[in-house]
Design a protein around this ligand. Structure first.
Ligand SMILES: CC(C)(COP(=O)(O)OP(=O)(O)OC[C@H]1O[C@@H](n2cnc3c(N)ncnc32)[C@H](O)[C@@H]1OP(=O)(O)O)[C@@H](O)C(=O)NCCC(=O)NCCS
Length: 154
């Protein structure tokens, strides 16, 4: 498995990965439709942020995007195709993202997680920093806000 910089022309492939990964949690299709905008990766978004994908057998199997907001660095996306989950690719991408953050001088990464992914982020060393209440199709959802403290590069 290789981790390489994502290119604007990868947008459609990365969008497919994001939809497949989100569907993996079994959300109703109308929720998936409501999240269409968030799950759609656009060429300009990939070009203007720190986006990397994991490649296996010449196929993208996962990716992440780091974005810089007013309040610091955010892990905006981290998605693995269901067929490649639980094989260490999420960890490899997360560790790659934290190294990028450290090399760019950031000391923390903020993450607004899917509730099903909170255990993964905690396993990676992130800690719970709060909750954001949102709504999907009229249903209240509590989204875990996590923070990862980036070790100083040695
Ligand atoms: C969450 C996700 C990124 C994890 O990636 P992955 O490649 O399956 O995870 P890994 O195999 O690298 O797992 C690393 C460790 O985390 C644990 N882990 C993985 N997913 C977990 C989960 N959902 N809950 C708790 N622990 C989890 C693994 O058991 C492993 O533990 P270990 O250190 O004891 O071996 C991936 O399942 C995914 O894309 N899910 C759907 C989309 C999503 O919700 N993404 C996050 C958006 S906020």
């Amino acid at each position: 498995m290789q981790i390489i910089r994502a290119k604007p022309e990868d947008a459609d492939t990365l969008t497919e990965i994001a939809f497949a990964a989100k569907r993996h949690w079994g959300y109703p299709e109308d929720w998936i439709e409501a999240w269409c905008d968030i799950l759609t990766m656009r060429p300009h978004f990939i070009a203007s942020n720190v986006a990397y994908c994991a490649i296996e057998a010449e196929r993208a199997v996962g990716f992440y995007v780091l974005t810089t907001e007013n309040d610091g660095l955010h892990l905006d996306h981290l998605w693995i195709v269901p067929s490649a989950m639980r094989r260490g690719i999420g960890r490899a991408l997360f560790e790659h993202a934290t190294a990028q953050a450290g090399n760019s001088g950031f000391d923390s990464i903020k993450i607004e997680a899917d509730p099903n992914a909170e255990g993964f982020y905690k396993r990676m060393g992130a800690t719970r920093a709060g909750t954001r209440v949102s709504e999907a199709d009229g249903e209240r959802r509590a989204l875990p806000l996590l923070e990862f403290h980036v070790p100083r590069p040695t």
